[in-house]
Design a protein around this ligand. Structure first.
Ligand code: FRU
Length: 478
């Protein structure tokens, strides 16, 4: 939604209780609220931040501007979870209330340090001429949710970097703390800087190297880089803005990608191995995915279901954006798998045989099998006029296609109304999670993932099979 800069950057204390109440009332009227995905209480949700494990719980924050469906003065909103399925807001916020983050507490990460959670993030600071001075800064969150900000800047803008320098990810490797930060050079090319904490002091960082990703780097900026390890293999996940389609084909306005390397040499700052760039998600919207290695060794990821510069039908209700399910990352035969965490099954009701029907909820999980040599289609959230979100699986050509063209609430149509990816020309399983206006499709246990929004008319909740019976199970989601 387009709002004037002076509205988007109005200090939080200048918004009256009454104005905030009106926004809350508007949000409450939306017919599209998710049932088992996290959404903002008000305003815009974008990147997941600070995904971590601390004090016996998982912690996950999200970027938020609370006063409307636009990118304004950002804060972090804090949530906790015991099982990675139920997330609850705690009330704690990382506010843009310091000289080092005056125009926004931008994205970053978190790591438990002693008895506090250290938050490493970007302070968006702009002068009177709106010239940006990006600052990598820190804060600690205590066990009872108090925020204590470090007074000093931890990493300032290096000389070889433009104002686009942000989204530090802190991680531990061989007992040392490292951080990677997304950057743009003066030739307008995106890259990633690697730092190491001196004597493991998270307030003292020394530059190691610019990461060599072994590719031509056609993007103009790298946002939200994350390095995680699966079976000791480094997986780099990032959002390369402006990536040339000659390097990797993608359909969304901005891509979210990954590379799997063989090894990481932290001293030289090298990621080693032949690591082709790949799409992380083939749906209409998944961006700024954040991943971390939890203490139990799992690599866990969560994505923003949304994209920069896209308006959504919920904007009229003063909110936008949601977070994906938490996905566990594994590697099988050199391929990255992203699978919803196993605790998801706790939300499921009894298995029912899948058939064409009217659901009451648009809140369910479908587990279907597409046999080899077949063409099947599901039309979800369908109404009586043929509108609905279509998922077509073709194991003859080996293609899975999403089609959201049949709708009364179209959006972002300039980027196309179909998405597709390759699937094996064999029996294929699909796990499809539907939540009011969110659809996450997992092919063969996460070999490919397609994340999307679709906004049905109120009451449109049929599951149809236009090309004949699709075998599988239906589980209502609580
Ligand atoms: C990615 C991003 C980050 C930035 C944040 C601001 O969506 O642009 O690079 O830190 O959003 O909200």
């Amino acid at each position: 939604m387009n709002l004037p800069q002076e509205v988007r950057y109005r200090p939080y204390q200048e918004w009256t209780e009454d104005q905030f109440l009106q926004i809350k009332n508007k949000v409450a009227q939306s017919p599209w609220h998710a049932n088992y995905h996290s959404e903002p209480q008000t305003g815009l949700l974008n990147d997941p931040n600070g995904f971590s494990y601390f004090d016996g719980k998982y912690h996950l924050f999200y970027q938020n501007w609370p006063y409307g469906a636009a990118h304004g003065l950002k804060q972090w909103v804090h949530m906790t979870s015991e099982d990675l399925v139920h997330f609850e807001e705690s009330g704690t916020k990382l506010l843009p209330d310091h000289v080092n983050d005056a125009q926004g507490a931008y994205s970053g990460s978190a790591y438990a340090v002693d008895d506090k959670l250290f938050l490493f993030y970007t302070g968006n600071v702009r002068d009177q001429n709106w010239v940006r001075d990006p600052r990598q800064i820190g804060a600690y969150m205590t066990k009872d949710g108090q925020i204590e900000k470090c007074s000093q800047v931890l990493i300032s803008q290096p000389e070889d970097v433009t104002e686009h320098f942000r989204d530090p990810q802190i991680f531990k490797y061989q007992e040392h703390f490292y951080a990677i930060v997304g950057a743009q050079n003066h030739e307008q090319k995106g890259f990633i800087k690697l730092y190491k904490a001196v004597a493991n002091d998270v307030e003292n960082w020394k530059f190691v190297a610019d990461l060599d990703l072994g590719r031509q780097a056609s993007e103009y900026m790298v946002e939200c880089p994350n390095l995680v390890f699966v079976n000791e293999k480094p997986i780099l996940i990032y959002s390369p803005q402006g990536l040339s389609k000659d390097e990797l084909n993608y359909d969304n306005i901005y891509p979210n990608t990954y590379q799997i390397f063989d090894t990481f040499d932290p001293e030289k700052g090298q990621l080693i191995g032949d690591a082709p760039l790949q799409n992380l998600d083939f749906g209409f919207e998944a961006y700024a995915t954040q991943a971390f290695n939890s203490p139990d060794g799992r690599a866990l990821a969560v994505s923003w279901i949304g994209l920069p510069d896209v308006d959504y039908p919920t904007d009229d209700y003063d909110y936008q954006g949601a977070l994906s399910l938490v996905k566990e990352l594994t590697i099988k035969d050199g391929v990255l798998y992203q699978k919803p965490v196993s605790a998801m099954s706790n939300l499921q009701g009894q298995a029912q045989i899948l058939e064409e029907k009217n659901t009451t909820t648009n809140s369910y999980h479908l587990q279907v099998t597409i046999p080899a040599q077949s063409q099947k289609e599901l039309l979800l959230m369908a109404d009586a006029y043929g509108n609905g979100f279509a998922i077509a699986a073709d194991t003859v050509t080996g293609t899975l296609t999403l089609d959201r063209s049949k709708t009364k609430h179209g959006f972002a149509e300039a980027y196309g109304t179909k998405r597709s990816c390759q699937i094996p020309k064999e029996d294929v399983t699909l796990n499809i999670y539907v939540d009011q206006s969110i659809i996450e499709v997992f092919v063969n246990d996460g070999q490919a993932v397609l994340t999307s929004r679709y906004f049905p008319e109120n009451g449109a909740s049929a599951i149809l099979m236009p090309k004949g019976k699709v075998d599988g199970h239906y589980y209502e989601m609580r």
